[in-house]
Ligand binder design. Structure first.
Ligand SMILES: Cc1cc2nc3c(=O)[nH]c(=O)nc-3n(C[C@H](O)[C@H](O)[C@H](O)COP(=O)(O)OP(=O)(O)OC[C@H]3O[C@@H](n4cnc5c(N)ncnc54)[C@H](O)[C@@H]3O)c2cc1C
Ligand SMILES: NC(=O)c1ccc[n+]([C@@H]2O[C@H](COP(=O)([O-])OP(=O)(O)OC[C@H]3O[C@@H](n4cnc5c(N)ncnc54)[C@H](OP(=O)(O)O)[C@@H]3O)[C@@H](O)[C@H]2O)c1
Length: 439
C-alpha cells in the first residue's frame, strides 16, 4: 500500500485520514494548529480560523454529519463553533486517528520527486516522503482585500480577524461600514446592528445576491446522490436539469420574502447560478427597519468618511472588509502553481489532472455542508490508492476536469452520483486487468 501524507486536520483532513485508515492505507496527518477541527477551532493556533465568537453553522445539523458519525442529539439545529470543534475532536478519537496526526507541524513545501512521490518539508526543517498527497488545508483563510482608492483614517480589518463587536475594534458608538454582501458580511452587519453594539451600521454591496433564511432540513444529505427528481433522470441529464430547475426553485422560495431592491440592496443577479446563495435570517428585515443602512459599492475612502458610487458620502469610523478569501496553497506554489489560479480545475473535483498522486479535498462552492462532500471524495480516491480501481485514459480525465469553484459543480447529489459512476467504471477496469478476480 502507498503511504499518504494528509495536509490539514480540519474537518476534511480528518475524514481523509479516517477513510485511509478504513482502507488500511498508511498515512500521516500534518496539522499546523495544536488541535484538530480547523476553521471551527476559535483562535486556532495555526492562525487559519475565520471563526467569530457568535459563529454557528449555516448548514443544518442533519446535513452536516458524516455518514457514520452523527452530531449529538442534544446539539441545536445549527451548532456553535465550540460544539463543532468538540465534535470533530471526538470524531478523531472515535476512529483512532490521533496517533497518526502530527499536530503543531506545518508543511512548508511539497515537491514531487522524479518517481512521482512527494517530498514534504516541515517547519522543523525535517523532510519526509510520501507516495501520495491529500491536501485538505481549506480555502477560506487567506483574506481577499479589495482595492480601494484613497485613504482612511480609522481602523480597517478583514472579517477573518473580526471576533465580536468589541474585538479587535471597539465598535460601540462608532459608525461601522461592512463591505461585501456574502454570508460573512450579512452576519457581521446583523451582529453590529444589535442594540448598543455600534453606532450606525452601513452595508456596502457592489452587486446583488439571492438571500434566503437558513436552509430547511429537507435539503438532502450529500451522501444521497439520487434524491427527488434526479432519481428518474439519465445521468447526462442531471446537471442540465439542475441548472434549469435551481433558478425556478429559488424564485418560488424567495417569492414570499422582501426583494433585496425593496430594502435598498442591489437586485439579485438575473442568473442566480452565477453566485452562491447567501443564507441569512435577519439582514433583509434589518435593512428594511433601518438598523442597517444599505449602500452601493465604495468609490473612494476620504479620511474620516467614505464616498459611494452613487455620489453619497458617510462619516465612517471603522471598516470591516468581508470580501471573501483567495485560494491559497503556499506549500505548492513553486511545484504546482496552477492550483492557485482562479477556478482551480481538478478531475472529478478532487484529483490533479496531471499528477495522479495529488488530491485536493473539500474545495468547492457547495450548496450543502463541506465535510460530507469530502467524505464522498475520499471514498472515491481510496480505491485508486489501494489499487482496486485504475485511472482511465488522459482523454477521459481531461473531460472530467472541472473548475471546482463554479456553482453548478456545487450540487452535492449530482457530484456524488458522478463520483460513484466514475468509480464503478474504474473498478470494472481493474477487475478486467485482474482477469475478473478483482473487485
Ligand atoms: C465564517 C465561516 C463559516 C462557515 N460555516 C460553514 C457551515 O456552516 N457549514 C459548512 O459546511 N461549511 C462552513 N464553512 C466552510 C468551512 O471552510 C468548512 O466548514 C470547513 O472548515 C472546511 O474544512 P477543511 O478541513 O477543508 O478546512 P479548514 O477547516 O480550514 O481546516 C484546514 C486545516 O489545515 C491546516 N493547515 C493549513 N495549512 C497547513 C499547512 N501548510 N500545514 C499543516 N496544516 C495546515 C489548518 O491549520 C486547518 O486546521 C464556513 C467558513 C467560514 C469562513
Ligand atoms: N454561519 C456560517 O455558517 C457562515 C458565516 C460566514 C461565512 N460562511 C461561509 O464562508 C464562505 C465565505 O463567505 P464570505 O461571505 O466570507 O465570502 P464570499 O461568499 O466570497 O463573499 C464575498 C462578498 O464580498 C464581495 N466582494 C468581493 N470582492 C469585492 C470587492 N473588491 N469590492 C467589493 N465587494 C467585493 C462579493 O461581491 P461580488 O459578488 O460583487 O464579488 C461578495 O458579496 C461561504 O462559503 C459562506 O457560506 C458561513
Amino acid at each position: 500500500m502507498p503511504s499518504v501524507g494528509v495536509i490539514g486536520a480540519g474537518p476534511c483532513g480528518l475524514v481523509a485520514c479516517k477513510t485511509l485508515s478504513e482502507w488500511r492505507i498508511p498515512f500521516v496527518g500534518y496539522e499546523a494548529g495544536d488541535r484538530v477541527g480547523g476553521h471551527w477551532v476559535f483562535e486556532n493556533s495555526s492562525g487559519t480560523s475565520a471563526a467569530y465568537r457568535s459563529l454557528r453553522t449555516n448548514t443544518h445539523k442533519a446535513m452536516s454529519r458524516f455518514t457514520d458519525y452523527a452530531l449529538p442529539e442534544d446539539y441545536p439545529e445549527y451548532p456553535s463553533h465550540e460544539q463543532m470543534a468538540e465534535w470533530f475532536s471526538r470524531y478523531a478519537a472515535h476512529f483512532g486517528l490521533d496517533p497518526h496526526l502530527r499536530l503543531s507541524t506545518r508543511v512548508e513545501r511539497a515537491t514531487p520527486t522524479a518517481e512521482g512521490r512527494w517530498e514534504l518539508e516541515l517547519d522543523s526543517g525535517e523532510r519526509v516522503v510520501h507516495d501520495a498527497l491529500v491536501v485538505a488545508t481549506g480555502n477560506l483563510w487567506d483574506p481577499r482585500w479589495p482595492e480601494l482608492e484613497g485613504d482612511f483614517d480609522g481602523p480597517m480589518i478583514h472579517a477573518k480577524d473580526y471576533r465580536d463587536p468589541q474585538h479587535p475594534i471597539d465598535s460601540r458608538g462608532r459608525n461601522v461600514l461592512v463591505i461585501g454582501l456574502g454570508v460573512t458580511a450579512c452576519e457581521l452587519a446583523v451582529e453590529l446592528s444589535e442594540q448598543g453594539a455600534a453606532g450606525r451600521v452601513f452595508l456596502s454591496a457592489r452587486s446583488g445576491q439571492t438571500i434566503l433564511p437558513r436552509v430547511p432540513v429537507s435539503v438532502p444529505h450529500p451522501s444521497d446522490p439520487l434524491t427527488g427528481p434526479l432519481r428518474w433522470l439519465p445521468p447526462p441529464l442531471r446537471r442540465p436539469f439542475f441548472e434549469r430547475a435551481f433558478p425556478r426553485v429559488l424564485a418560488r422560495i424567495t417569492a414570499a420574502l422582501p426583494r433585496p431592491e425593496e430594502v435598498g440592496l442591489p437586485p439579485v443577479p438575473a442568473n442566480p447560478l452565477e453566485k452562491r446563495v447567501v443564507l441569512n435570517d435577519h439582514v433583509l428585515e434589518r435593512c428594511r427597519s433601518g438598523a442597517i443602512q444599505p449602500k452601493p459599492g465604495v468609490r473612494r475612502l476620504r479620511g474620516a468618511g467614505v464616498e459611494f458610487v452613487d455620489g453619497s458620502t458617510e462619516r465612517i469610523d471603522a471598516i470591516v472588509v468581508a470580501t471573501g478569501y483567495r485560494l491559497s496553497f503556499p506549500f505548492l506554489r513553486e511545484s504546482v502553481p496552477e492550483l492557485e489560479r482562479d477556478g482551480l480545475r481538478l478531475a472529478w473535483g478532487v484529483r490533479h489532472p496531471r499528477h495522479e498522486s495529488l488530491f485536493v479535498v473539500g474545495v468547492m462552492q457547495a450548496v450543502c455542508s463541506i465535510w460530507p462532500r469530502a467524505e464522498q471524495q475520499m471514498r472515491f480516491v481510496a480505491p485508486f490508492l489501494a489499487g482496486e480501481a485504475i485511472w482511465p485514459s488522459r482523454r477521459v480525465i481531461d473531460r472530467a476536469t472541472v473548475p471546482v469553484l463554479e456553482l453548478p459543480f456545487g450540487n452535492c447529489q449530482i457530484h456524488t452520483a458522478e463520483l460513484q459512476r466514475a468509480l464503478r467504471r474504474a473498478r470494472r477496469a481493474a477487475s478486467r486487468r485482474d482477469g475478473g478476480q478483482g473487485v
